[in-house]
Design a protein around this ligand. Structure first.
Ligand SMILES: C[S@@+](CC[C@H](N)C(=O)[O-])C[C@H]1O[C@@H](n2cnc3c(N)ncnc32)[C@H](O)[C@@H]1O
Length: 252
């Protein structure tokens, strides 16, 4: 099991944010699990690899490897293709998604991570917002096999444009790689998140300011986030994603 080190858990040190860069950058430990083991609701691990149980057996989204167990299929969750996969592999203490979760996903792209989130929330819904018409075409193909994905062609900067399509959500996930990432997240959370809901954001320092050191950019982003959220955890995503920080947040 992943050990929960949240503030609700007495073992939470509150120091995850001050972990040394060297330890953050250390290669992932090779998992000890010889067999597929559920490490968080709907997320499985075998060896070093993560998997989600496919909600659409017989289909692939991005040429991912499939593990078959009886009638079930488990899709390998490639850390080179998904920041959420990297964050979990690097020890994210909690993934606030379960089978009934309603998720608002901002920056859905062609549906790689969305598909894994939709596997986990197989009884819930994933509202997937993306403003690139090219990417949304791919996303529509992914949604064709998974009826809990609702693709929305819109800019995440204008939540009022899709307000009529949404219901209150348990989690807002954001990966838009834009200068105003924090503002976009806050706007959407204020509009859609349920009381006590969570947010996750993958911040790409170079999209915000290429002239500043990533650590300075992350500090500035955190200052904005702290006005609205408790920062439960943060993880650098090296070696797979350079100059990215992944935050797990809870709305105040
Ligand atoms: C880094 S990619 C996301 C990758 C995706 N989250 C995944 O893991 O599969 C960023 C995506 O955000 C989209 N994007 C950027 N700004 C946006 C905005 N304001 N509204 C909606 N989508 C946006 C881009 O078109 C791009 O597809």
């Amino acid at each position: 099991m992943i050990t929960l080190k949240t503030r609700e858990n007495p073992r939470f040190s509150g120091r995850s944010g001050t972990r040394s860069r060297a330890s953050e950058n250390r290669k992932f430990p090779r998992g000890k699990d010889k067999f597929l083991r559920e490490i968080s609701k709907g997320i499985f691990r075998k060896g070093r690899n993560l998997y989600t149980k496919s909600a659409a057996p017989g289909t692939r989204v991005y040429d991912e490897r499939i593990l078959k167990k009886g009638r079930s299929e488990f899709r390998e969750w490639d850390p080179r293709r998904s920041k959420l996969s990297v964050a979990i592999m690097k020890g994210l203490p909690k993934v606030p998604i379960n089978e009934d979760s309603v998720v608002l996903y901002l920056g859905a792209a062609n549906g790689t991570t969305v598909s894994h989130v939709a596997d986990i929330a197989f009884n819930g819904r994933v509202f997937a917002v993306e403003f690139s018409p090219r990417a949304i075409m791919d996303l529509i193909f992914v949604a064709k096999d998974r009826n809990n994905i609702i693709p929305i062609l819109e800019s995440a900067f204008h939540p009022k444009n899709y307000k009529g399509l949404l219901e209150p959500v348990d989690l807002v996930y954001q990966d838009v790689a834009q200068k105003n990432q924090a503002e976009i997240l806050i706007k959407n959370c204020k509009a859609f998140i349920k009381h006590g809901g969570y947010a996750m954001i993958a911040v790409k320092a170079r999209s915000i300011d290429v002239t500043k050191k990533p650590v300075i950019v992350f500090k500035e982003v955190e200052r904005k986030l702290r006005d609205e959220f408790h920062i439960i955890d943060k993880r650098r995503l090296e070696p797979f994603k350079k100059d990215h920080m992944f935050y797990l947040l809870k709305m105040k």
